[in-house]
Design a binder for this molecule. Structure first.
Ligand SMILES: [Zn+2]
Length: 167
């Protein structure tokens, strides 16, 4: 299955709330394969990708914090259909990047711990308790499914948004 081209800011598809997946059929499984291939084709240490970032406006995301060895202790590869945050507590500020905003990073305030429910590709109900880095990534990817980018959560553009060094 092929990697798909990344959708980049300010493409309006990134601002579009994604549709709930009603049935996990062959097309959803093919989307998941494309999404995984797109993540594999992205820069090393890419730890998450959401379906709208490859032009699929449905509630599907992949998180795999094991791709960044600086942040051990997560659940490894998670392929999430219709993920939802059902509980959250605490607070943390983390410097985030995004495949769809390759020129920027930003300090974003999010919950320290989250509980996420989702369906696996087999239709099984997943409940994921995550904290720290993995909790950040889950919240970032689920934001994508609601048409939100980290830019939408920057508290102060002057002090919290950073242009990446180029070249
Ligand atoms: Zn992103």
């Amino acid at each position: 299955m092929p990697a798909r081209p990344l959708v980049l800011y300010p493409d309006p598809r990134l601002k579009t709330p994604c549709a709930v997946i009603e049935a996990i059929d062959d097309s959803v499984r093919a989307w998941a394969e494309d999404l995984l291939a797109s993540m594999d084709a992205a820069p090393p240490r890419t730890v998450g990708i959401a379906a709208p970032q490859v032009g699929i406006l449905s509630r599907l995301a992949i998180v795999d914090t094991s791709r960044n060895p600086q942040h051990p202790g997560g659940h490894g590869l998670l392929i999430l259909v219709n993920p939802q945050i059902v509980a959250a507590e605490g607070e943390q500020i983390f410097r985030e990047g995004c495949l769809s905003l390759p020129d920027y990073t930003a300090n974003i305030r999010r919950s320290q711990k989250v509980t996420v429910t989702a369906l696996g590709l087999g239709g099984d109900l997943l409940t994921i308790d995550a904290e720290g880095f993995e909790a950040v990534v889950l919240q970032h990817e689920i934001d994508h499914l609601d048409g939100l980018l980290f830019l939408d959560r920057v508290a102060n553009v002057k002090t919290d948004l950073f242009r990446r060094k180029t070249g």
